[in-house]
Design a protein. Structure first.
Lengths: 565, 383
């Protein structure tokens, strides 16, 4: 292509031609693109004159054949058909020449177009490249800027952290200093105390010394001149100071103290009574608020709170009837607070149940269907909200009722506020008391059970004891009236008869009495009973002596066997 | 006459009667009457002892080791018992005496570092004992010597400056160096409230009375020579009246000197009104102001701001009327109905340094350095 270029280039005028050729020959080394550009620029320029000169430059009249053969050679190498006719003569094939020319022209046009395209693309690429370079430059700048910013922020962060650390350090130092100063103060305080004590001891010694001096002086200067004696305030004469008077003084002191305490107690009682009244009113209010709940507690009574509640209701009735709040015994107080507590608990449970119902309704709707429609959900929520509002209004009315009950006719803001505070305080206090009373109630029930058991045991013991006592008295009586021998006889005779009765009696007494110490008295008591029973029959029983002697050891054996068991 | 060690007694009913007690070399530091008016208790110099002189029997008793403190002797209101603070071997003791025959009833030690004062409750059954100002501690003892309760508000800072019992013995007000008054109740001996004394009053519900000077107009026509007494006095002193100030307002605050002992800060004086409705306090940081608290509501009620420093104030023993003196020639009265400033009609300069109400309630004595003046209050008018 370089040759082709060098040939086609020459400019119209001879000067131009030479310039061009020189240019083009020198331009062989330039880039193809620039050459192409210049060719593109240059090619349309040549006018008819220049074409003429252009053509004449290559082929003159002398080297026609040479130029033809050269052209032929070139064309054939390019793939075109030969210019010559088939014979190797010098006849030119006009058709092939024309064809070749046409082909060359077509080729030329194609090349031009391709060149144009390439140049367009080249331009586009160039502009893209510029654009990208600009973007790149901008981004680079941005990157730089952000890097700088980061560095700046990091620096600031570091500085702030430093400052923070310093402040922490300062704080710690200050705290240490404060601690140190406090320690110093404490130590100084002890030091001062010690010094003070020392100085005081010294001072006391001086005082003692001075006192001695003053007393010793016995100067007559210390005197009192009175015109006449002034009578005592109460008009009586002074009395000697004796133990009696001392005791009386002590008594007076204690009397004064007791008077004061009694007064205090009276005031507290009055306060107590007022609070009790308030509790009563509250109870009434709560009862009035719980009309639908009366059935429910009865249901629940079956669960086991039954006896307690029924007792409570009875007691409530009693309390309401008898003005029991004027009494201040503990059981009444407990009952009152217990009843209020229970009723409050019922109210609370009612409210909780409402809440549960609300939540159950909500959750119940969910479990029925897997997916609820939005409208259903909203309907449900509206219903629930209405219910909640209703409950809230109820609670508000209850509160208002309570407040009205407690409000005095004064219109002052502060007293109303104070009373509200009192109500809240009372409520809180009541809640605390209820907890205590719950525990106490449990304890009392336990104790009650143990006490009933003990009472049963006591009753049995008492029975046995009464029997013992009776027999012992009888024995005493007998010992007074009969002599010992007769008693022995009576004993042996009586021991014989009624063995079965004896046994039964023995067994009965044994079974009733659990304590071992009374066992020893069983035979004797049994014998005594029988002696008393059988004394009138002593004479006819002489025959049965032998049998008794035999049976007696049996009895004793039985007794011993039972004892060992 | 402390310097000469002589006490002179006169009778109001019998002008001829006269008594003179000479302590001689023992010296005299303090002297006071016993409640029955028949004994005089003299405290000798260095608080060596207290001599009890009886006017009935001309006898003398001595009490050793009395404590040298601000308020070492206290009599119960009914005058039956006397409490005396003593100190032996670096420990404080209290001795209770029966005033009728001076028998020692009880003697017990107190848990104080350095007892500063004692005071009986008006019901005569509780004795309040408080410690030195270096420690905030108040102990309450019953009449028979048992410790009922102890109260400590805080540690380390300066403590109690003054206390006051309410007339019903229900409340005990304790004023301390931290400019607060704490009120204890008699049932549990625990604090029920505390009153603060900030120099700026912001609550619009509080009434503030400020004493302002009336512009003195001397009418030249009335001038005469020699000047009449009233004119003379009015020339020497400027009349004043009370104005109601707008709230919020700030009081004159004096910053105390930091490195001196007994600084002028804290609640220095407290007094309950006889009907138990009001408590008047004076904060030494704002020495021109008197704070009156409503005890029924436990809130600040009125603040009175004077032109000069308040010297002393005292409640009328019968009704809620407070008399105040500030060292000038006026006496000020406050009652829930209002307050008034009264000029003392004396010739020359009469500086009212202290005042004292008569127990009947309608008379008070105004004392200056060398003179005193009796002031009678007639119903609504003041003479």
């Amino acid at each position: 292509m370089g040759d082709w270029k060098t040939i086609t280039v020459p400019a119209p005028s001879s000067v131009l031609d030479s310039k061009n050729t020189s240019q083009y020959t020198s331009e062989k080394k330039m880039s193809p693109s620039s050459l192409n550009m210049q060719q593109v620029l240059r090619l349309p320029l040549p006018s008819s004159k220049s074409t003429h000169s252009f053509f004449s430059a290559f082929c003159t009249e002398e080297n026609v054949e040479q130029s033809i053969s050269y052209l032929n050679r070139e064309l054939t190498t390019l793939g075109f058909p030969s210019l010559y006719a088939e014979s190797k003569g010098k006849e030119l094939n006009l058709i092939s020449i024309l064809n070749c020319m046409n082909e060359l022209l077509v080729l030329q046009r194609k090349n031009l177009r391709a060149q144009e395209d390439v140049e367009m693309q080249h331009l586009k690429l160039g502009s893209d490249m510029d654009h990208l370079q600009n973007c790149y430059a901008k981004l680079k700048e941005q990157l730089e800027a952000s890097k700088r910013e980061i560095v700046g922020l990091q620096e600031r962060d570091r500085q702030l952290q430093c400052k923070n650390r310093n402040l922490h350090q300062l704080l710690k130092n200050e705290k240490d200093e404060v601690q140190k100063l406090q320690n110093i103060i404490a130590s100084r305080a002890t030091q001062y105390n010690h010094d003070m004590k020392r100085k005081e001891r010294e001072y006391n010694k001086l005082k003692e010394r001075l006192h001695q001096l003053v007393m010793n002086k016995k100067d007559k200067k210390i005197a009192m001149e009175v015109l006449n004696y002034v009578g005592r305030v109460d008009g009586k004469r002074g009395g000697w100071r004796t133990d009696k008077t001392e005791a009386r003084n002590e008594e007076e002191m204690y009397k004064a103290l007791l008077r004061d305490y009694e007064q205090c107690q009276k005031q507290l009682l009055v306060e107590n009574a007022e609070l009790r009244k308030v509790l009563q009113q509250m109870k009434k209010e709560i009862i009035s608020l719980l009309p639908p709940q009366k059935q429910k507690p009865r249901e629940r009574s079956e669960d086991g709170i039954g006896p307690v509640l029924s007792d409570l209701e009875d007691d409530v009735g009693e309390l309401n009837k008898e003005n029991m709040w004027e009494l201040s015994c503990e059981t009444v107080r407990e009952q009152l607070t217990n009843s209020i507590r229970n009723q409050w608990r019922m109210l609370k449970n009612h409210v909780e149940k409402l809440d549960n119902q609300v939540s159950r309704v909500h959750s119940g709707a969910l479990t029925d269907k897997d997916v609820i429609s939005r409208e259903d959900h909203e309907l449900e929520t509206e219903k629930l909200e209405l219910e909640i509002q209703h409950c809230k209004e109820m609670i508000k009315t209850q509160q208002q009722l309570l407040q009205q009950q407690l409000m005095s006719p004064c219109d002052d803001d502060t007293t109303v506020l104070l009373q509200d505070c009192y109500l809240l305080e009372e409520r809180e206090r009541l809640q605390e008391e209820w907890k205590l009373f719950r525990e106490q109630k449990k304890n009392f029930e336990k104790e009650r059970r143990s006490f009933t058991e003990a009472a049963i045991r006591l009753g049995l013991e008492r029975q046995a004891f009464e029997e013992d006592r009776g027999t012992w008295l009888k024995q005493q009586f007998l010992s007074m009236t009969c002599d010992s021998k007769y008693l022995e006889n009576v004993k042996t005779q009586s021991a014989t008869s009624g063995s079965s009765d004896q046994d039964n009696h023995l067994m009965n007494t044994r079974s009733q009495q659990k304590k071992p110490r009374s066992l020893s008295s069983v035979p004797t008591s049994a014998e005594l009973c029988q002696t008393i029973q059988h004394t009138p029959y002593s004479s006819p029983c002489a025959i049965s002596n032998k049998t008794t002697e035999e049976s007696k050891p049996n009895q004793w054996e039985e007794i011993y066997r039972e004892e060992t068991e | 006459m402390y310097k000469r060690g002589i006490v002179q007694v006169w009778s109001l009913e019998q002008p001829d009667w006269h008594c003179k007690i000479d302590e001689g070399s023992a010296g005299l530091v303090a002297s006071c009457w016993s409640p029955d008016g028949r004994h005089i208790l003299n405290t000798t110099e260095f608080h060596l002892r207290i001599t009890v002189w009886s006017l009935c029997t001309k006898s003398v008793s001595y009490i050793k080791y009395p404590k040298a403190c601000q308020q070492g002797i206290a009599f119960t209101k009914d005058g039956h018992y006397m409490a005396l603070a003593e100190r032996r071997d670096c420990k404080d003791f209290i001795s209770l005496f029966v005033c009728s025959d001076w028998q020692l009833l009880r003697h017990f030690d107190t848990e104080t570092q350095d007892l500063a004062g004692i005071e009986w409750a008006p019901n005569g059954c509780v004795l309040a004992v408080w410690d030195t100002c270096l420690e905030y501690k108040i102990l309450l003892y019953s009449l028979d010597g048992r410790l009922l309760s102890t109260y400590r508000a805080y540690e380390w800072s300066l403590g109690i400056k003054s206390i006051a019992w309410s007339p019903s013995s229900q409340f005990l007000a304790i004023g301390s160096y931290d400019e607060k008054v704490r009120i204890l109740n008699h049932v549990t001996w625990k604090k029920i409230t505390e009153f603060e004394h900030p120099p700026i009053i912001a609550n619009p519900k509080i009434i503030v009375y400020k004493e302002v000077e009336k512009s003195a107009t001397v009418e030249t026509q009335k001038l005469s020579f020699p000047p009449t007494r009233e004119l003379a006095s009015s020339l020497f002193s400027i009349p004043s009246k009370y104005d109601i100030s707008q709230v919020p307002m700030s009081l004159q605050y004096i910053k105390p000197v930091a490195d001196r002992a007994n600084p002028r800060i804290g609640i220095g004086t407290l007094a309950f009104s006889p009907d138990n409705c009001f408590l008047a306090t004076k904060n030494d940081n704002t020495p021109n102001a008197i704070w009156i608290w409503d005890i029924q509501k436990l809130k600040l009620f009125v603040v009175l701001e004077q032109l000069c420093t308040v010297n002393s104030f005292q409640w009328d023993p019968r009704q809620p009327r407070l008399a105040i003196c500030t060292g000038n020639s006026k006496v000020y009265l406050w009652s829930p109905a209002g307050c008034v400033s009264v000029q003392v009609p004396m010739e020359g300069d009469f500086q009212v340094l202290s005042l004292c109400w008569h127990s009947g309630g309608d008379t008070m004595a105004l004392l200056s350095k060398d003179n005193f003046c009796l002031c009678y209050l007639e119903r609504e008018e003041v003479k």
